[in-house]
Design a protein around this ligand. Structure first.
Ligand code: HEC
Length: 88
């Protein structure tokens, strides 16, 4: 019974589109990417409600380009280490 509940929860969370992106801020912190501080580090909208894959700034666009270039299923913030390494 407990297993089924966990499974259903997992599916429900994955179905929320903004979830993957909002996780990025935490992932950056975990990876020590200090350049990313909040949603506005990658998005240009002021309100999180207006954020989408269409309001990305230079960093966000780069991440999206990498997704296409790498043929990946989703963006991985770990790629940003490369981005900031080239900036220095
Ligand atoms: C490290 C950069 C980065 C940060 C930080 C970030 N986003 Fe995003 N966000 C993206 C990228 C890149 C996409 C496009 C994702 C894709 O299409 O694979 C995206 C897409 C989105 C979308 C469209 C749905 C989706 O998830 O694909 C929403 C909504 C969104 N972001 C909201 C937010 C909010 C709210 C925050 C802060 C809690 C946030 N983002 C933080 C880079 C970021």
């Amino acid at each position: 019974m407990k297993k089924t509940t966990t499974l259903l929860l997992g599916v429900a969370v994955a179905a929320i589109p903004a979830f993957a992106s909002q996780k990025m801020v935490k992932q950056c912190k975990d990876l020590g990417i200090t350049e990313i501080k909040n949603c506005a580090s990658c998005h240009t909208s002021k309100s999180p409600k207006e954020m989408s894959e269409k309001d990305l700034n230079e960093i966000g666009k780069w991440l999206l380009e990498q997704k296409a270039a790498k043929n990946a299923k989703e963006c991985d913030v770990a790629w940003l280490k490369e981005y900031f390494a080239n900036k220095k």
